[in-house]
Design a protein around this ligand. Structure first.
Ligand SMILES: [Zn+2]
Ligand SMILES: [Zn+2]
Ligand SMILES: [Zn+2]
Ligand SMILES: [Zn+2]
Length: 406
């Protein structure tokens, strides 16, 4: 079969996009979609990047070298990777990558080297690069009268990206014209009126979260079986109690709850969906006020910090002490790194137990990979089938299948 000539594809490409660079075209496609245009671009980038990693790069030595250097992704991207892999039926790829991390952590612990967990997530780095490039170009285009006239009426941005555009515009000297409505649609979203049934309330909540926090990475770590980190458990209990306290008597906390903590409070029935929607609605209204203040005053502060993330940070020491489990081999990666800094943890037995647990995990992941092959199709399946879920909980800080703060 002969290939269709290029010119036919070219004729289908809308004429108004033919003289655009790819970054501008991506922004315009984002503006055509629902929600924040920059978030749309980032979401599409993330999907593509994880798909390519699993389909093509998982056996590439350079990619594996980078993965081992950074010990894999942060919790949010670990969860997104699992969602992508499940959707593609690519669990062997995940077993290979998680197996690499387990062996590399064991090697570093054995050698007394530093772990540096989550310091350098490759996907976060790529996302930041793409975000900066698209925001820069958008700020430039908003200085162009013809482009602005065509696209500004459609352009929607979340709180974070509207704030970034104002900042980028100030820095580069290209100010978004005051007539461009960067925050009006946010104010419309913030007003939640009328009565809701359960389903429409969830939809409203999702819209409010998207406007306040930006796009949501897919979450793909099943809730069970857990890794069972004692510090994570202590943290979950303390955060739930604190969340219940913040919302008691119809109160609503300052700041904006991150998705993970909002999801946790909902799952534990510490807050009702309607209360949570009220919280996001008032946080979004405060954010829009601050955005409008920013047009004239740089110092206006956006209320985007999560009060429960702040709580965890402020009480990290107490939580680590109260949740110290009997067998420290069961700590998740992040809490194991924290525990290593305690003098009591410098003992060889503490490290050896953790290394032992990691070797067992990496053996199971190896088995999962092996049994995924055609040759092993008749072999009975065992506990190795859930090893990738345990590994995801170990790596992703027992994230209860919910993505972490953005
Ligand atoms: Zn956005
Ligand atoms: Zn990341
Ligand atoms: Zn933990
Ligand atoms: Zn939080």
């Amino acid at each position: 079969m002969t290939q269709a000539p290029r010119s036919r594809w070219w004729r289908r490409w809308p004429s108004f996009r033919r003289d655009r660079d790819l970054i501008t075209v991506a922004i315009e496609r984002g503006a055509d979609a629902d929600g924040c245009a920059v978030c749309w671009v980032l979401e599409a980038r993330e999907r593509r990047s994880l798909w390519i990693l699993l389909r093509e790069h998982v056996l590439d030595p350079g990619t594996r070298g980078d993965w081992n250097r950074t010990l894999g992704f942060c919790a949010r991207h670990t969860s997104a990777l699992c969602a992508t892999a499940t959707g593609m039926g690519q669990l062997p790829g995940v077993a290979i990558l998680f197996g690499d991390t387990a062996r590399e952590v064991a090697r570093r612990v054995g050698a007394g080297a530093r772990l540096h967990v989550w310091r350098d997530c490759l996907e976060c780095g790529r996302e930041a690069q793409s975000e900066a490039a698209h925001l820069r170009r958008l700020a430039q285009q908003l200085g162009d009268a013809a482009w602005t006239e065509r696209w500004a009426p459609k352009l929607r941005l979340c709180v974070r990206h509207a704030a970034s555009i104002m900042r980028t515009g100030m820095r580069t000297g290209v100010r978004a014209r005051p007539t461009i409505p960067l925050a009006e649609h946010l104010r419309e979203i913030a007003v939640i009126g009328g009565s809701h049934d359960a389903r429409s309330l969830r939809r409203t909540l999702a819209t409010l979260q998207a406007a306040s926090l930006g796009f949501e990475s897919p979450s793909g770590v099943p809730a069970l079986p857990l890794w069972g980190c004692g510090v994570c458990d202590a943290e979950t209990t303390a955060v739930t109690d604190e969340g219940r306290r913040l919302f008691q008597d119809g109160g609503t906390p300052d700041g904006t709850l991150c998705r993970r903590h909002a999801g946790l409070l909902l799952a534990r029935s510490a807050v009702a969906p309607a209360q949570l929607a009220d919280h996001y609605s008032s946080a979004l209204q405060r954010a829009v006020d601050a955005l409008e203040e920013r047009r004239t005053k740089r110092s206006a502060v956006l209320p985007t910090a999560c009060p429960l993330c702040d709580f965890v940070e402020a009480h990290a020491g107490e939580l680590a002490a109260s949740g110290a489990p009997d067998s420290e081999a069961a700590l998740c990666l992040r809490h194991f790194e924290v525990a290593l800094e305690r003098p009591a943890a410098s003992g060889g037995a503490f490290r050896a137990a953790h290394i032992e647990a990691l070797r067992a995990l990496s053996d199971e992941l190896g088995e999962l990979h092996r049994k995924s092959s055609w040759d092993a199709r008749d072999e009975p399946k065992g506990t190795e089938q859930t090893s990738w879920i345990r590994a995801a909980h170990y790596l992703g800080y027992d994230a209860r299948a919910l993505p972490l703060t953005r």
